[in-house]
Design a protein around this ligand. Structure first.
Ligand SMILES: [Zn+2]
Ligand SMILES: [Zn+2]
Length: 443
């Protein structure tokens, strides 16, 4: 049965549902992709400052700078910074988030003994051109579709950011009746798995006893009334590589005076797909994009290839990645070209759900009047760079759970028409965060 304290907190969350909708729509309209989230972070920082959290960690102090992956170039960072200011970033806070340091962390400390509970919500949009068709897309019709072309909150992280903020507000409001410590992580650049490693690396989460992460999810067709999805997940190890090949251009009529980077790319692509499958774990390979060449009668001197490698186990990626790197280097050399390889994103193969904590949260969800089915046996492979945080917490003796809150989604994640009309479903995500935190504190 839900405690009296939980009921009061849940009522408070319900009373703020309209604010949550408004805030989520604001983040949706001013969508900011990975490492662009200056405006979003400035609003979160301003919000948490006004709440009066006990500790606020902004920008640079949230990251191991060199572990940030897939950073845009300086020109792009400067452009989005200016754009953020024009689009209403809070001027007092915006400078903290310059140059790709777009993260916020906060602590609420009750001063009483109790567990340290962490909440991770990601905040980034992704590289999608949002539909602007009012006939088929509600955000366009209601005026909150993204005004930033090629950046769209198409994975619901606008809702996650809002859920994190509301969780902090409710905990602050009831702080006197709580115990222990609460830590909040607002993470940039989850898409492309680029942001979490640098945040986990600071050690901010090392004292966390119970860590929860949240993601939106579609309704379960087999059980449409299910409110949350719990699974025992392991993360697929993942390496995202950008490869730049450099050859030498020349006239196509005399190819012997050049070095053909296009041929090198072709050899590399076939070579990589031909890596023998290992016995140490399932694997995936995808070369998703090749940009090459300048004209019909010119031997190609420059190629960019975008690829990713995934392994169900750490060992399978440990086998695959160096193999692929050898093929890239030697495939380039074979045609007299050179290769530069940039690691743009990565996740480790680790467990992200502690089974006993997950089972507890399933019980808690049902206790507070929601429906959650027992987590299925066995593990499911997925990729979210929350894995770095979960791993850090678990390595230090804590427990972790990745929760998905279900809602009726208008289109699949990452689609140009992604939306969810029942925006007040965000309140249930806040409620499971709060109920989980109360449960582990014995309240
Ligand atoms: Zn996504
Ligand atoms: Zn997502």
């Amino acid at each position: 049965m839900a405690s009296e304290l939980y009921k009061k907190m849940a009522d408070y969350v319900d009373s703020k549902a309209d604010w949550m909708v408004e805030n989520r729509r604001d983040f949706h309209k001013f969508a900011e992709g990975g490492w662009h989230e200056v405006r979003t972070c400035s609003i979160i920082a301003d919000f948490l400052t006004k709440l009066g959290v006990d500790e606020l960690i902004l920008g640079k102090d949230c990251f191991v700078a060199e572990d940030r992956m897939g950073l845009p170039d300086q020109e792009e960072l400067d452009r989005v910074y200016e754009r953020a200011l024009e689009q209403g970033a809070v001027p007092e806070f915006a400078p903290f988030f310059k140059d790709g340091f777009t993260g916020v962390e906060a602590v609420i400390d009750t001063g009483r003994p109790g567990p340290v509970v962490g909440f991770r919500t990601d905040i980034d949009a992704l590289g999608v051109f949002e539909s602007q068709d009012p006939a088929t897309h509600r955000p366009a019709k209601e005026g909150f579709a993204s005004i930033n072309p090629g950046e769209m909150q198409a994975c619901g992280h606008d809702s996650h950011a809002t859920i994190g903020m509301m969780t902090a507000e409710t905990i602050k409001k009831f702080k006197d009746q709580l115990c222990g410590k609460f830590k909040f992580v607002f993470q940039p650049s989850e898409e492309g798995v680029r942001g979490a490693k640098a945040m986990a690396g600071t050690g901010f989460l090392d004292d966390v006893d119970y860590m929860m992460a949240m993601h939106i999810a579609p309704l379960n067709p087999a059980c449409p009334e299910e409110d949350f999805n719990f699974r025992y997940k392991t993360c697929m190890a993942n390496a995202k590589l950008d490869v730049f090949l450099t050859g030498k251009a020349c006239h196509a009529a005399a190819p012997e005076s050049g070095n053909n980077a296009m041929l090198a790319a072709a050899a590399i692509i076939l070579g990589i797909y031909g890596i023998p499958r290992a016995s140490v774990g399932d694997a995936r390979i995808n070369v998703g994009q090749v940009i090459a060449g300048s004209g019909r009668n010119v031997v190609c001197d420059r190629v960019k290839m975008v690829m990713e490698l995934r392994g169900l186990t750490a060992a399978s990626l440990d086998y695959l990645e160096p193999y692929a790197r050898r093929i890239i280097e030697h495939g380039a050399a074979m045609h007299g070209c050179t290769a530069e390889i940039k690691l743009m994103g990565a996740t480790p193969a680790v467990v992200i759900d502690s089974p006993d904590f997950t089972d507890t949260l399933v019980e808690v969800a049902n206790d507070i009047g929601f429906k959650a089915l027992p987590a299925p046996q066995g593990t499911v492979a997925t990729s979210d760079d929350y894995a770095y945080m979960a791993d850090r917490v678990i390595q230090h003796g804590g427990k972790s759970c990745y929760i998905s809150y279900r809602t009726d989604e208008a289109a699949p994640h990452h689609a140009t028409t992604f939306d969810f009309a029942n925006e007040k479903d965000m309140t249930k995500a806040v409620k499971i965060f709060l109920a989980g935190a109360l449960k582990v504190a014995g309240l």
